[in-house]
Design a protein around this ligand. Sequence first.
Ligand SMILES: C[S@@+](CC[C@H](N)C(=O)[O-])C[C@H]1O[C@@H](n2cnc3c(N)ncnc32)[C@H](O)[C@@H]1O
Length: 296
Amino acid sequence: MSKEHPPLQHVPVLFDAVLRELAPKAGESYLDLTAGYAGHATAVLSITKNDKESVLVDRDDYAIAHLQHLADRGVQLMHTDFVSAAKQLCEEGRAFDLILIDLGVSSPQLDQGERGFSFSHNGPLDMRMDRSQGSTASELINKATVQELATIIHEYGEEPYMQAKNLAEVIVGQRPFRDTESLAELIKQHYRGRAGKIHPATRTFQALRIAVNDELGQVKAILPFLPKLLHKGGRVGVISFHSLEDRLVKRFFKEQIESGLEAELDILTKHPISGATDDVHNPRSRSAKLRVAVKK
Ligand SMILES: C[S@@+](CC[C@H](N)C(=O)[O-])C[C@H]1O[C@@H](n2cnc3c(N)ncnc32)[C@H](O)[C@@H]1O
């Protein structure tokens, strides 16, 4: 196996908590809006045994190709972003007993240098989950103004504003950038102060990834579809990794609580289930938060 192509492994986060909270039962239909490498999906489908009424969505063609064996069993695969998938499923009048959204990136996305998500595996600065859509990270940083880049690094990377502005100025001054290693090296050289235990480029890479894939726009837009896509009594779980994502889910759930008799969902998790306490052996779970609701 070459260094560029490690085995495609993804250890699902909060695995036990997802099964406990969604509590799949035989015959139930399942919609996985971020199927990835089907860690959660395989476990759910092994209980529900209802392949024909289940749908797995991912915007990543690598992931979809990996799920082909499930399509051969009758599970429907959709290679698109989850907002487009939800619109289509709603138009078709479809609804499900179980829905899961496990946001963020998969380990194979990070581990394959050619995808351009990672500074530890050199590759082209791409970062698109769907390689057929939108601008790459290199197009973004080679065109953006200092102000635009500083805002992305500050808001999505949660770097202090002065650090974000400093990095944006250095990037704009030294561009163009085409590969992940040269960008990471520049950030390392110019990062002010210490980044703690993580590589100084970690937060900037996360910020670029969120911007390239419009990740927060996708989260915001998917939430109102969830009640429409659930049968009465159906459960939905959302796993987020970033405080801005979790804030959107938390606000949507709070609005449901506040809408009283009009509410379409009952919120089952008053406080999110945290990977830091509920899934301590999986390092990917450290920042994961799971919120769960049930359709009234
Ligand atoms: C954390 S992984 C999911 C892992 C999966 N639960 C498993 O156990 O294998 C997230 C996946 O969601 C996909 N994804 C992220 N945002 C998406 C979106 N807006 N629409 C569709 N897929 C998305 C990514 O491509 C990635 O494969």
